[in-house]
Structure formats: C-alpha cells, structure tokens
Write a protein that binds this ligand. Sequence first.
Ligand code: ADE
Length: 228
Amino acid sequence: MHIDIITCLPNLVASPFSDSILKRAQSKGIVEVDIIDLRAYATNKHRTTDDYAFGGGAGMVMLIEPIDNCITALKAKRQYDDIIYTSPDGERLTQSMANELSLKQNLIILCGHYKGVDERVREHLVTREISIGDYVLSGGELAAAVIADSVIRLIPGVLSDETSALSDSFQDDLIAPPVYTRPAEYKGWKVPDVLLSGHQAKIEAWRHEQSLERTRKKRPELLKKGDL
Ligand code: ADE
C-alpha cells in the first residue's frame, strides 16, 4: 500500500510513522508513507497555502490551486483508490471503514487546516471525507495519522501475530475480553482460574462470554439482536 499525506505542517504528521508498528510496516516494505509539504506546490511569491474567506469572517481558507497542483502531480505517478479529506463533518471513522481502506492500494489523505479548504476542493478533488470523532482538532494532521494507523495495522504482515488484529475490540462488533499476564496473583488480586487451566476450549468460551458481557455494559448499541 502507498499513502500520501498532504499537509502544510509535515512535522506534525511525521512522528507516528517513525516509531513502533508503523515504522516497522514501512521497513518491511508493506506500506510506503510519503508526507508531502503542500507549500512546495504554492504558486504565489510568499508560498502561502491559504487566504481570507470571500464574504469575510474569521479564519483562513486553504487555497484550491496548491492542492490541485499537488494532487495532479501525485496522480501522474499512480492511480489512487481514494482521495480522503480529513474534516470534523466527514463520515465517522469506524473499524469497518478501516478494514475497507486496508484493502486499497493507493490513498491520498489531505489534511484540512484553519477554517478548512475552499469548497471546490471538496466538490471536485476529493472522493471521501472522514472525521475521527465529533470534536474539532486544530488541524487534520492528527486525524490523518489516526486514520493511517487504523488502516496500516490491518494489512497482513504488519502485526507479527496476525490474529491479534482479528481479536481487537470492534473487529466483530464486540469489545475485546480482559487480558492478564504474570504474576498470577498480585497483592491478593487474582487472575481468573480458567486462564491458568490450560483448557483452550474453556478459555475461548470464557473470552467470548466476557466480550459479550463487556459490550452489554459498556457499548450495548454494538450488540446485534442475537447476542443480547
Ligand atoms: N479536523 C479537525 N477536527 C477533525 C476531526 N474530528 N476529524 C477529522 N479531521 C478533523
């Protein structure tokens, strides 16, 4: 997979990709992430990427021209499955959306900033708008990193134990069961006996029951009718 992240603040996006799982996914050659500085595509003499809004009002608006130039240059190199714009009023990111995006080959993520982009970018240049939740961030950079992380970790080979992505919370619309590690008893607080029993079928049944129980308590809206 190849992901291009277009931003006017490249430093803000870079760090999540230079550590741990996302770094390893790149060094294994499973994913390539390019962080592209939108300023390089600015055409005016001050290399600005924003301007005042027509009609007045507070806040700057991202110019269409640098964005169009940047996307055009990228499209000359490869075909993109989706050109995503990060915005609080976009479609809400979910695990099933991450699953769907993890099957794509090439993605662009355009980070919104200030008051957002000139509306014509949304009308003509992007194919999808994604929000990571109903709150407003200072910019789309952190949202882009969240989207990319949720997608990249699902690509086969990225996690060393492939089943660990499959057993994540939300993967089957259930919250993941509790996990424990050594010591088996700490300050009198014990690990459930079943986990120490070595009886794999019983352990799996216990985990499933715990998932249902937790989902009923914490996120009942996730449960399908048959699970209740
Ligand atoms: N930009 C600002 N807030 C955002 C959000 N919640 N999701 C995606 N992009 C954003």
